[in-house]
Design a protein around this ligand. Structure first.
Ligand SMILES: Cc1cc2nc3c(=O)[nH]c(=O)nc-3n(C[C@H](O)[C@H](O)[C@H](O)COP(=O)(O)O)c2cc1C
Length: 186
């Protein structure tokens, strides 16, 4: 059951960032409250204004400017989330989190959250997805309890076909449902 759940959606700077708008719409149609954190790079692909309008909440990008730090916003957001979904997740985001780097609002909030609530949905070029460093990073995060929704095979934004497309939103929703059931017992 997703109705009434609170999902924090992290959006990173990949071409699939435009799909965040539909993902928010899909979650909201299930009566989920969705708040959004974007990386700076993500704002090059889709505007905070679009995601604010669809989520009906202010979108946070910068940790120091615009965030409500009277309540230490990254901790407040981490506490808010029943589920912390990152879609799309770049190779850079995965690498940073796997290395313990928290140098922006998204990675800092993600670091402050329980890994059992985290779902990572990678999307990248096939060469990046097959890179052994990216593989190692994803394995490490899996070992620490993060859930992955595997990217799919299909047409690549950079031309040709390959593995690395963001998973279908229905698959992301399915995993969100599973994790929602599990976090109730946390
Ligand atoms: C047109 C374009 C498309 C990109 N698409 C992706 C992508 O799908 N996946 C990815 O991991 N990086 C992609 N990148 C690279 C990221 O934007 C870059 O690594 C950036 O530093 C990611 O920052 P973030 O993880 O903080 O959002 C793309 C870059 C450009 C210019």
């Amino acid at each position: 059951m997703l109705a009434g759940k609170k999902v924090l959606l992290g959006v990173t700077g990949g071409i699939a960032a435009y799909q965040a708008a539909d993902l928010i719409g899909l979650l909201r149609s299930r009566l989920v409250d969705v708040r959004v954190i974007m990386t700076e790079a993500a704002t090059k692909f889709i505007t905070p204004l679009t995601l604010e309008t669809i989520s009906q909440h202010k979108v946070t990008v910068d940790m120091f400017t615009g965030a409500d730090n009277s309540r230490v916003e990254h901790i407040a957001l981490a506490r808010y989330a029943d589920i912390f979904l990152v879609a799309p997740a770049t190779a850079n985001f995965i690498g940073k989190v796997a290395s313990g780097i928290a140098d922006d609002m998204l990675t800092t909030t993600f670091m402050a959250s329980n890994s059992a609530r985290g779902i990572i949905c990678p999307a990248m070029n096939e060469g990046m997805w097959n890179n052994p460093v990216v593989k190692e990073n994803t394995e490490k995060l899996r070992r620490h309890g993060y859930r992955f929704v595997e990217p799919e095979y299909g047409e690549m934004a950079c031309g040709g076909e390959g593995w690395g497309r963001l998973a279908a939103l229905s698959s992301i929703l399915q995993t969100t449902l599973v994790v929602a059931g599990e976090v109730e017992s946390l």
